[in-house]
Design a protein around this ligand. Sequence first.
Ligand code: KG4
Ligand code: ZN
Length: 338
Amino acid sequence: MESSCDETAVAVVRDGREVLSNAIASQIDTHALYGGVVPEIASRMHVEAIDPLLDHALAEAGVALSDIDAVAVTYGPGLVGALLTGVSWAKALAYAMDRPIVPVNHIEGHVSANYIAHPDLEPPFVCLVASGGHSHILNVTHYGEYTLLGQTTDDAAGEAFDKVARVLDISYPGGPLLDKLADTGNDTAYKFPHPHTQGKYDFSFSGLKTAVINQAHNLRQQGIAIDAKNFAASFRRSVVDMLVDKTVAACKDTGARRVAVAGGVAANSLLRSELKRRGEKAGLEVYIPPKGLCTDNAAMIGSAGFYTLMAGGVAGLDLNAVPALRVLMSNDNISQQG
Ligand code: KG4
Ligand code: ZN
């Protein structure tokens, strides 16, 4: 079960790899009225959507509730109210069914989309995770075990897409629409900076975003019309180059043979084609999930939950939402979580 942001989702997954059903109720149309996610509305809509979605997911999978062995749920990171609706619901369901409840980190869920999409993929591999709230390069050493190679020092990649889209008067969520607009533009028409970061594999999107937004305002003040297609294409190129440069460099330096990508921004058409092209040129096996498994869904949570359960990761009925949950790195101390 997934409810960390503006998608309510319930999936039935067998053995972490086989998706029997993957039901999603998107709230995008509602939040678009406000130009972004309104947390209180998101929580209320999760409550309304979740029971019918369970019925739908079971029917589509052709299984009964009694066939379910465990209930996996996203407990962070995300919006606290949104997470709480899912966590409370999952606890009630697991209690009523007398089944274990498995807590899943949303970012680990994104990584696990690759296990569903690529049945043969096994750790170790490097995974670029780029979503609306996170941008990491992770070394996936074993199932559920990670070391951090790089991360954003400020904004997430998806956040930058959404904010720049706003400047181009593209409605929420801007990322996918900006991507489409960029397909018909010239990506060398506008010049944007490539911000420097201290960490070799770190990203910085805030500087780029500000430079892009300032350039748009300056042009408008001078009465110069912005060519939205070219502007979108040039911005998309800058973000994608930054993501792919660092990811491929991290793979080369660590001797990785496989690279995967995950998170909503992994639905970006240029990121997909460039990672494939440049990754393969660097001698890497490149794993890219279908777009529907990149953006938020519950199948990926079911997959991550399976591997968590296999490792004995079961929660009690005191499980709480942890809005600022991080990916637990193999050299981390548990007490750092949240
Ligand atoms: O993973 P996700 O569905 O939710 C979070 O966990 O954040 O990612 C959503 C983010 C949004 O910022 C959205 O604009 C971005 O992913 N996104 C895209 C594309 N599709 C979704 N960004 C660029 N190009 C896309 N095609
Ligand atoms: Zn997500």
